[in-house]
Write a protein that binds this ligand. Structure first.
Ligand SMILES: *Cc1c(COP(=O)(O)O)cnc(C)c1O
Length: 390
């Protein structure tokens, strides 16, 4: 409690959003106050913005093994997911209206699929196993002559499970089907080569890797015939109109550069912290189950179910102790619906409701994680004690 009064908190919700890195803010500032010209204008001030956009495109393309003209700037992950699905569906109707996705996608994909079903799409939702990995055999069997798109996320936002992206891409390519991956949790944290993995479309969002909020990109490979998202001017090669968010895009590129400067070292550090927290919680708190795959998970993701408890209760009590965590995803917190991801993995509603996600950053310390595990043990003992009457 004292820590919170001092304004010191322990932030373990990096899957919801991250702190914008100081060097990212630094890189953005001149594009608000000094180089504010419209990138579409011909005078010198505008060309500074144009140059910055080209540089950002080059930086981001370089991190993915993509070409600069395959990167399209958007307003974030949700927009990129919506664009990929809706625009592929529209553009490929002559071939078919069948889309394959998984049951554990982010709502930006799932709710778009529901919308497309109303527009006449047929969607197959793949199952996942107990650890949250899609079944490749089921994927293979789900493919039909009228399948136009496979959309499977690279890494899950709730349980951190990393999907067999390369294998899925190979299957899609062998059948001549486009492959979209929601890489919002993976990009900036894992190494992805779009060509090697046969990825045709990839969504990412800057605020998930220490960039600013409200900016992201969609990688669109040459093969992917796709309709424009926003009609208007000629920005983004006529596919996404609107004056570019130059400071945001510059910030995203700075964040991408930072993320991919030393990715292995950062991931190693995070994995160490992750496994330390998993170990401490298993040691100190009775009746807990780790959700997701033990090793094949994002380097910063920890997700536990606490038997007989509500995740919400734990979160409120953690908050009182100055600890920020989350129940599943930011989008479902506040709602009492159990996580669709955990249900798809075969957990009961009670187990799913009793889950808490801790998403770390390399800035967390062992001392912080010790405090978190000890606080959790106290909370669980207190709440379980209250429920037991004899
Ligand atoms: C956060 C997130 C999104 C949405 O990204 P926004 O930039 O917040 O719109 C989509 N997919 C996944 C997996 C995410 O984690």
């Amino acid at each position: 409690m004292d820590r919170k009064d001092n304004g010191e908190m322990i932030y373990l919700d990096n899957a919801a959003t991250t702190r914008t890195a100081p060097e990212v803010v630094e890189a953005m500032l001149p594009y608000f106050t000094e180089y504010y010209g419209n990138a579409g204008s011909i005078y010198g001030l505008g060309s500074e913005s144009k140059k910055a956009l080209l540089g950002a495109r080059e930086t981001i393309a370089g991190t993915l093994g993509a070409e600069t003209n395959e990167i399209y700037f958007t307003a974030g992950g949700s927009e990129s997911d919506n664009w990929a699905l809706k625009a592929v569906f529209e553009a490929w109707q002559d071939k078919g209206r069948h889309i394959i996705t998984s049951k554990i996608e982010h709502h930006a994909v799932l709710h778009t699929c529901e919308y497309l079903e109303k527009m006449g799409a047929q969607i197959t939702y793949l199952d996942v196993d107990a650890e949250g990995i899609v079944d490749l055999l089921q994927l293979e069997r789900a493919i039909r002559p009228d399948t136009v798109l496979i959309s499977v996320m690279a890494a899950n936002n709730e349980v951190g499970t990393i999907q067999p992206v390369k294998e899925i891409g190979a299957i899609a390519a062998a059948h001549g089907i486009l492959f979209h991956t929601d890489a919002v949790q993976a990009y900036g944290h894992l190494l992805i080569d779009v060509k090697e993995c046969h990825i045709d479309l990839l969504s990412a969002s800057a605020h998930k890797f220490n960039g600013p909020k409200g900016v992201g990109f969609l990688y669109i490979g040459q093969k992917a015939r796709i309709r424009p998202l926003i009609h208007g001017g000629q920005q983004e090669r006529g596919r996404r109109a609107g004056t570019e968010n130059v400071p945001g895009i510059v910030g995203m590129a700075a964040a991408a550069k930072r993320a991919y400067e030393n990715p292995e070292e950062r991931a190693k550090k995070e994995r160490l912290l992750r496994d330390y927290l998993i170990g401490r919680i298993e040691e100190l708190v009775p009746d807990v189950t780790l959700n997701g795959h033990r090793t094949r998970r994002l380097p910063n993701n920890v997700n536990f179910s606490f038997a007989g408890m509500e995740g919400e209760t734990i979160l409120i009590m953690l908050d009182m102790a100055g600890i920020c965590a989350s129940a599943g995803s930011a989008c479902t917190s506040g709602a009492t619906d159990p996580s669709h991801v955990l249900l798809a993995m075969g957990l009961s509603k009670e187990q799913a409701r009793g889950s808490v996600r801790f998403s770390l950053s390399e800035e967390n310390t062992i001392a912080e994680l010790d405090l978190v595990a000890e606080e959790l043990a106290r909370i669980v003992e207190r709440v379980r004690g209250l429920m037991k009457i004899c």
